[in-house]
Write a protein that binds this ligand. Structure first.
Ligand code: CP3
Length: 360
């Protein structure tokens, strides 16, 4: 009998299979790596594009969104691409004005009253941003088998925070006021957002994304009881409503250690964890029922290459040689980081990841 020409341990896996398998907690040759906010201002090539077009124009033009989505694939060698867009894009489809200036995003007019929430459009809102699905189709064509494409959306609570505050807020005072003074109104808003986001994600999946991530960035600002009332049911509904389409789903929440008991009830495949909790701890607390994504401290990307390698080694060792790990940072990469540091993170992940991933 002829010996096999390629040994299964030396031939690299197809990148789409590797990512999907990791999400489903099946053994892989090494954990895949991608970086939240991997296409962005820290890249000179992105800055060049932004000199020509505004951020929203970029999101609205599939050819340019595709070009930017490919940048981290070409320049860093990450194992997954993420659709270039923003979580605030569907708010435009609901009739709000969305723009991005030097002070961050602006959403207007801010939703404060019953009439404001009433006016929000739900029917056809997801269809009004069809440029997003056109971008997905174009990117899938461009990527071929090189890497999976992730779609994404904001969780209703996080989207509501931008819509109520009118932009970024460190204190979320207006959201908190509504949570106490008009909880039913907030629930009505969250319900509308959940309806639109579920359709929005279904369209992305139908256009070809291989997995989806739901960003509940500000969910960690709530108490456990508040999160159970104002975030969990809406994210749960969205995740359930896309489940029949068969693509893996990832849930991200910043600063969510106090929410783990509730996160462990979400109908998703993976939990994306911030840098503050060891993954081994989260795996124990969630009974090993989820793949885990993360959770290297983005701060290390300002340090030496040696420290970057140590951070990757630590994260891999903490998770251990078990299936279900997707390497990533604990939060998005920031504009001050060099492309070289990001590339070093990917190099380290690919080198040191061999022997992890749950392979016998
Ligand atoms: O590379 C990628 O990850 C894909 C694209 C992506 C962007 N935003 C592009 C972007 C994704 C997945 C997001 C998600 C997003 N947007 C989140 C959740 C993730 C997280 O970081 O917690 C949130 C909270 C937003 C809202 C948002 N968008 C803010 C607060 C800002 C301004 C601050 C900042 O980081 O620039 C944005 C703008 C934005 N979204 C930029 C990019 C590349 C910068 C726009 C520019 O000036 O060119």
């Amino acid at each position: 009998m002829n010996p096999p020409t390629t040994s299964p341990t030396t031939s690299p896996m197809n990148p789409i299979d590797r990512f999907i398998r990791a999400c489903r907690r099946k053994p892989v040759d090494r954990p895949p790596i991608w970086i939240m906010r991997q296409a962005g201002r820290y890249m000179p090539s992105y800055q060049e594009v932004r000199k020509r077009v505004s951020f929203m124009e970029l999101c609205r033009t599939p050819e340019i969104a595709c070009e930017v989505t490919m940048m981290p694939i070409d320049q860093l060698g990450v194992d997954a691409a993420i659709l270039f867009s923003d979580i605030l894009v569907p708010l435009e489809g609901m009739g709000l004005e969305v723009s991005f200036g030097d002070g961050g995003p602006h959403v207007g007019p801010p939703l404060r009253s019953e009439a404001d929430v009433e006016r929000l459009e739900v029917d056809h809102a997801a269809e009004r941003v069809s440029y997003v699905y056109d971008a997905v189709r174009l990117i899938k064509q461009e990527l071929g088998q090189r890497a999976p494409l992730l779609g994404f959306a904001g969780a209703p609570l996080t989207l509501a925070s931008y819509a109520i505050e009118g932009g970024s807020s460190k204190t979320l005072h207006e959201l908190r006021r509504m949570m106490y003074d008009a909880p039913e109104l907030l629930e009505e808003l969250l319900d509308k957002l959940a309806t639109v986001v579920a359709v929005y994600l279904r369209h992305q999946i139908e256009a070809g994304v291989d997995a989806i991530q739901l960003f509940d960035t500000w969910g960690g600002q709530l108490t456990l009881a508040q999160w159970r009332r104002f975030s969990q049911p809406y994210s749960e509904r969205i995740l359930s409503e896309v489940r029949d389409l068969g693509v893996p789903s990832i849930h991200y929440c910043l600063g969510s250690a106090h929410l783990t008991s509730a996160l462990a009830e979400l109908p998703c495949d993976a939990l994306s964890v911030d840098w503050r909790e060891p993954l081994s701890e989260v795996r124990r607390a969630t009974g090993g029922r989820y793949a885990l994504q993360g959770n290297i401290d983005a701060g290390v990307l300002r340090a030496s290459k040696r420290q970057i390698h140590w951070a990757v080694a630590d994260c891999l060792a903490d998770y251990g040689n078990q299936p279900g790990h997707i390497l990533n940072l604990g939060h998005g990469i920031t504009p001050d980081v060099s492309v070289e540091a990001a590339r070093e993170l990917v190099i380290a992940a690919k080198e040191l990841g061999q022997g992890y991933g749950g392979t016998p």
